[in-house]
Design a binder for this molecule. Structure first.
Ligand SMILES: NC(=O)c1ccc[n+]([C@@H]2O[C@H](COP(=O)([O-])OP(=O)(O)OC[C@H]3O[C@@H](n4cnc5c(N)ncnc54)[C@H](OP(=O)(O)O)[C@@H]3O)[C@@H](O)[C@H]2O)c1
Length: 341
């Protein structure tokens, strides 16, 4: 099969095109696993880090890159004992595993989620990591309440736009922060109550804007996938909660403990991928809540304007994501069938 094979760590995005291979061995499903024909794969920031050898999960070489996908259960897939009745060859599914930038991927059957009726494969391909991360962050870690001010950094990004919509669905007043006017417009289009530019050189001081918007109260919850906890302490409310989601800015902050005490706030982290190991019952609970929100049309998957076409365009997608050009979920259509499903 065709796959985006990584044989050594790449030092930069310019090297990426060399690694698409057409003779990657088909994955062989093991016990409890199924084979999925990939239709669309999602781009995540951690994919960019992984191909450069900078991510915590380092598969042995050679490996196929990519994690998120939507697809159909392959006609040749085994159907393990205990699989639900809907899980049959041809069933539309989404999920994540190692190696989604390929024509086929194998995954444990119990990790798959059925694509909701009427949802396009492109939309489904970008849901598996971002939406539960943002739900777990806001509900389990911050216990967000209706009417609270929620400040979201990188709000037009993958996890950011998921947090924005989930926050709105839970009744929060959302302040979206990002780096360009185009991204601010995207956030407003998807329901943000306020949008502010936090880029260096943007007019005015963004923390001051948060204090003005909240009439001196400050943000009750800060959702941070960038690494902006310390500057956010300037505009946090009494009893506020700050959620460490990621470090897209490249810097892991050291947080002065005295500020946490003085502001009477809590700094908490979220590691969605580890729920399946440490708190497995939260996984189906989270998907049940999210699928209900999708069915009620209170949230939806947001696909970046440009859908990348074919595995050949994986390097371009990764480059665009790494260069902060994309918003929402950037995805690559692996199979031409995808547009029809
Ligand atoms: N904790 C978890 O369980 C979990 C799960 C999924 C993802 N994450 C993490 O969350 C972060 C965001 O992931 P994502 O998939 O949403 O990524 P994404 O769609 O690429 O969004 C990241 C955004 O971060 C902002 N950013 C700020 N400084 C940046 C820099 N120096 N380089 C690149 N981007 C920068 C950019 O928005 P602006 O241009 O508006 O600043 C960019 O669009 C990543 O660190 C990822 O590893 C964590």
């Amino acid at each position: 099969m065709k796959g985006y094979y990584i044989e050594r760590n790449l030092s930069g995005m310019n090297e990426l095109p060399a690694t698409l291979k057409s003779d990657v061995p088909d994955p062989k499903p093991g016990k409890g696993e199924v084979l999925v024909d990939v239709h669309t794969a999602g781009f995540n920031y951690f994919d960019v880090l992984q191909v450069q050898g900078l991510y915590q999960h380092k598969p042995p070489f050679p490996y196929v890159a990519g994690a998120e996908f939507s697809g159909t259960i392959s006609p040749s897939s085994p159907i393990p004992a205990g699989a639900p009745s809907w899980l049959r060859p041809g069933a539309r599914v989404f999920g994540a595993g190692q190696g989604s930038y390929a024509e086929k991927i194998k995954v444990p059957f119990h990790t798959l989620v059925p694509v909701p009726e009427g949802m396009k494969m492109e939309e489904a391909a970008g849901l598996y990591v971002t939406y539960p991360t943002s739900y777990a962050a806001l509900v389990y870690r911050a216990n967000i309440q209706p009417g609270e001010y929620l400040l979201i950094h990188a709000a037009a990004g993958g996890v950011g736009l998921a947090a924005l919509q989930i926050g709105k669905a839970l009744g929060a007043k959302v302040i979206a922060a990002c780096s360009t006017q185009a991204k601010l417009d995207v956030c407003l289009r998807y329901g943000a109550d306020y949008a502010i530019n936090y880029a260096e050189g943007a007019k005015g001081d963004w923390q001051k804007k948060v204090m003005e918007i909240t009439k001196g109260h400050g943000a009750d919850v800060v959702y941070d996938p960038v690494g902006m906890i310390v500057p956010s302490l300037k505009c946090i409310a009494w009893n506020g909660r700050l959620i460490v989601v990621g470090f897209a800015g490249g810097n892991i902050e050291k947080i002065p403990a005295n500020l946490i005490l003085l502001k009477n706030v809590a700094v908490t982290g979220v590691h969605w991928g580890a729920y399946s190991k440490n708190e497995i019952k939260k996984v189906p609970e989270t998907w049940e809540a999210l699928l209900k929100l999708f069915a009620e049309k209170r949230i939806k998957g947001v696909v970046y304007d440009k859908v990348f076409e074919g595995l050949e365009s994986v390097p371009e997608g990764l480059r665009a994501l790494g260069a902060r050009e994309t918003w929402g979920k950037a995805v690559v259509r692996v199979s031409k069938e995808s547009a029809k499903l």
